[in-house]
Each structure stands twice: as structure tokens, then as C-alpha cells.
Ligand binder design. Structure first.
Ligand code: T5A
Length: 235
């Protein structure tokens, strides 16, 4: 029976990169949710809180994170909504994830560094699966090929109504290729995230993201303390 810490790690997946890890000491936290849910804002607040407590931490994002991942990110986010079909999009995302995982996430965790990622695998399930209709069993098989049984230690799913999220995103910058997809897509995707959180209750915490940023941060801190045993409040 593998220990709680090692059960997320496939035995062989990362050997070729020199990043093979059997006893991870860092923790991998992912922040998920729809457009404008406040993931970037919450990732920043969480990283600051961890740093204040002396916990070594690396902030990252998907698609992106590593140089190769960032190059693929540009292919994904720029251009017309129909530039890629759903399968091409999925394969690009998974190539970016593999690069991100082997070159940045796994080495950092192996050195005892926490990693906080703005999006990870659940975004593929929600956007390409529930949103764009790629079959969930095929997505699961592809994800397994790319990341083995590696999963985050904790996933914070930020939830708010589609209109509110798109309004926040629009107020911040011009719409990217995903934000231009229709409202029904965003609603399917939101319901997908809610189902992922319910189906993976041991790993995920669903957080109401409608409140102001500090209130949402309070819920994030509570989840980190309760699920990962880190003490971020109370001196
Ligand atoms: N994608 C990604 C897939 O389709 N499949 C995948 O597998 C992966 C990994 C990434 C795109 O790629 C897609 C999903 C995305 O469409 P991105 O630029 O990283 O693109 O976009 P998002 O991840 O959606 O990030 P956004 O920047 O749009 O939204 P965030 O990060 O959720 O929100 P944030 O923090 O930037 O906040 C947005 C605005 O709202 C304000 C902020 O100040 C900011 O102006 N805000 C709040 N306002 C009020 N109350 C709060 N609580 C607020 N929190 C933030």
C-alpha cells in the first residue's frame, strides 16, 4: 500500500527527465474555475500567504508554466475561436501539460517546494470535455498517458455565475479565444467543474467566488489548513 504522499506518483513517468520522484515533500495545489472566477488573484494571495509562513512555493499556470508550455499557450489563446478543433486543442493542452509537469512541477515538488498552479487537468475535463464535447473516457485515457496517476494534493474550484465571471474578465482585458465562445459553452463548463468537485470530494473544495477577494482568500486559507495541515493563520 503506497503512502499518502507517494500514491500520486507514477513509478516511471518522469525518469527520462531526471525528475523522477518517489518521496515528494512539496504540495501541489491547483486553482480551477471558469473565466474571471478570480483564480489568478487567489493564486497570488495564496502564494504570498505561504511565503509569509516561510513555506517555499512556486507559482505557475496552465496552459504554460515551462518555456515549452508557454510557447504552446500562445498557439492556444491567439487567433479565431475555430482555429483548432476540440481534439487538436486537447492534444496541444496535453503536450503543454507534459512539458510543464516534467520540467517544472515535478522537480520543484522533489525539492520540497510547494507548487500553486492557476489551472491544471480539471480545466481540460471541464473545457474540452464538458464544454466542447470530447468524450470523457477518451480524455481520461489521454490524461493517464500524459501524467500517469499524478494528481494535485488539493484542488480549489472557484465557482460563480457565468455572467459575473465573463463581466470580470471583460472589464480586465479584451476577450481571448476561449472567452469568445458562446454562453452555453461557459454554462456547461461551469456545471462540469461543479461535478468534478462533487465526484472528487477528497481532493477538491468548491469555493463560492462571488464575494470580495479577501473573503474568498479566507475560504482558500481555511481549505489549505484543513486539507493540508499547514498553519497559515493565527501567528
Ligand atoms: N484552458 C486551459 C482550457 O480550455 N483547457 C485547459 O486544460 C486549460 C489548462 C487560459 C484559457 O485556457 C483555457 C481556459 C482559459 O480560457 P487565461 O488567460 O489563463 O486563459 O484565462 P483564465 O484562466 O480564465 O484567467 P482569467 O484571467 O480570465 O480569470 P481568473 O484568473 O479566474 O481571474 P483574475 O484573478 O484574473 O480576475 C479577473 C478580474 O476580476 C477581478 C480581478 O481584479 C480582475 O480584474 N477579480 C474580482 N473582482 C471582484 N471580486 C473578486 N473576488 C475578484 N477576483 C478577481
Amino acid at each position: 500500500m503506497p503512502s499518502a504522499a507517494s500514491r500520486h506518483w507514477p513509478a516511471t513517468s518522469f525518469g527520462a527527465t531526471g525528475a523522477d520522484v518517489t518521496e515528494p515533500r512539496g504540495r501541489f495545489v491547483t486553482i480551477e474555475g471558469g473565466e474571471g472566477a478570480g483564480k489568478t488573484t487567489q493564486a497570488r494571495l495564496l502564494v504570498s500567504a505561504l511565503e509569509r509562513c516561510g513555506i517555499p512555493v512556486r507559482a505557475t499556470r496552465e496552459p504554460g508554466g515551462s518555456p515549452g508550455g508557454e510557447a504552446i499557450r500562445r498557439l492556444l489563446l491567439e487567433g479565431e475561436g475555430g482555429r483548432w478543433d476540440a481534439v487538436c486543442e486537447t492534444l496541444l493542452l496535453l503536450a503543454a501539460r507534459r512539458d510543464h509537469l516534467t520540467r517544472l512541477i515535478a522537480p520543484a515538488l522533489a525539492q520540497g517546494v510547494w507548487v500553486v498552479s492557476d489551472r491544471f487537468s480539471d480545466s481540460t475535463l471541464a473545457y474540452q470535455g464538458y464544454g466542447r464535447g470530447v468524450r470523457l473516457d477518451r480524455l481520461a485515457a489521454l490524461q493517464r498517458f500524459v501524467v500517469g496517476d499524478f494528481t494535485p494534493d488539493l484542488t480549489l474550484v472557484l465557482d460563480l455565475p457565468v455572467e459575473a465571471g465573463l463581466a470580470r474578465a471583460a472589464a480586465r482585458s479584451a476577450a481571448d479565444r476561449f472567452e469568445r465562445l458562446d454562453r452555453d459553452f461557459h454554462e456547461r463548463m461551469r456545471q462540469g467543474f461543479r461535478k468534478i468537485a462533487a465526484d472528487n470530494a477528497g481532493r477538491c473544495v468548491l469555493i463560492d467566488a462571488c464575494d470580495d477577494p479577501q473573503a474568498v482568500h479566507g475560504a482558500v486559507v481555511a481549505a489549505i489548513e484543513e486539507r493540508l495541515g499547514a498553519k497559515l493563520t493565527g501567528g
